[in-house]
Design a protein around this ligand. Structure first.
Ligand code: DGL
Length: 271
């Protein structure tokens, strides 16, 4: 099994990309819906949740963990001190690498939650590889609730997107990283503001590509080609509204039942 986790159901956009590329892999997804959002929380709290979620997935026997949440991934970037017994992937480094590859001017825009932008995780990841790159970041805290409301085609959303993106467009970026699980849903709205020539980078595709490379090099062992990959969906709170949003984010893949798990009980058992 490969484990994925997110603060909620937004990471299903990452699950969808991973499932599309690896039909033979068994996937288990943990959505920490009881504690979301992560994007407005402090790095210390996010790091604590991250450690608990990773431990939970390791105890379920996964061979690797994908931190699908950008806000949670942001506390991993550049942290050599955080070590795990299995490979743990964040979505920021592959997204940053992809942006550097596709950018001609090395003027790169980043959209994310407050936590992702305040932690400067994309800036660090980009400048480690391309120190000459210019990075312009914008926190867009209103966009996650708009996507969860299903307002991706609403004129009001377009207006808010315009308001957030105008300062980035003014910096003449030629590449824009959609640095949050929910933002690929707003691709059309971003496109309307940035025009046809700006590359939009989706971290979900970038992490799926990185996994592919690791299967090729043998860093990760792939499941046998006859295996029909299963998908298990776990959440820490299973309110009916999550089911509806989850189904929308995962489409065209159909939603499996969401099973509720209690991380606090798991934590106590562990302590
Ligand atoms: N999943 C989060 C991210 O990608 C967005 C939602 C949240 O703030 O928890 O940053």
């Amino acid at each position: 099994m490969i484990g994925l986790f997110d603060s909620g159901i937004g990471g299903l956009t990452v699950l969808r990309a991973v499932r599309a590329r690896f039909p033979n892999e068994n996937l288990v997804y943990l959505g920490d819906t009881a504690r979301l959002p992560y994007g407005s929380k402090s790095p210390e709290t996010i790091e604590r949740y991250l450690a608990q979620n990773i431990r939970f997935l390791i105890e379920r026997g996964v061979k690797a963990v994908i931190v699908a949440c950008n806000s949670a991934s942001s506390v991993l970037v550049g942290r050599k001190d955080l070590r795990f017994p299995i490979p743990v992937y964040n979505v920021i480094e592959p997204g940053a690498r992809r942006a550097i590859e596709v950018s001609k001017t090395q003027r790169i825009g980043v959209l994310g939650t407050r936590a992702t932008v305040a932690g400067r995780a994309y800036d660090k990841a980009i400048q480690t590889i391309a120190p000459q790159a210019h990075v312009h970041s914008q926190a867009c805290p209103l966009l996650v609730p708009l996507v969860e409301e299903g307002w991706e085609n609403d004129p009001l959303t377009n207006l808010i997107v315009y308001r957030y993106l105008a300062p980035i467009v003014a910096q003449n970026v030629d590449t824009l990283i959609m640095g949050c699980t929910h933002y690929p849903v707003l691709r059309e709205s971003f496109r309307r503001v940035v025009g046809p020539d700006v590359e939009l980078v989706d971290s979900a595709d970038a992490i799926a590509k990185l996994l592919d490379d690791d299967f090729q090099t043998g860093r990760l062992r792939g499941s046998p080609s006859h295996n029909k990959g299963t998908t298990e969906l776990l959440v820490t709170d299973a309110s009916p509204s999550f089911q509806e949003v989850a189904a929308r984010l995962l489409a065209p893949i159909s939603l499996e039942p969401l099973h509720q798990v209690d991380l606090i009980e798991e934590q106590k058992r562990h302590d």
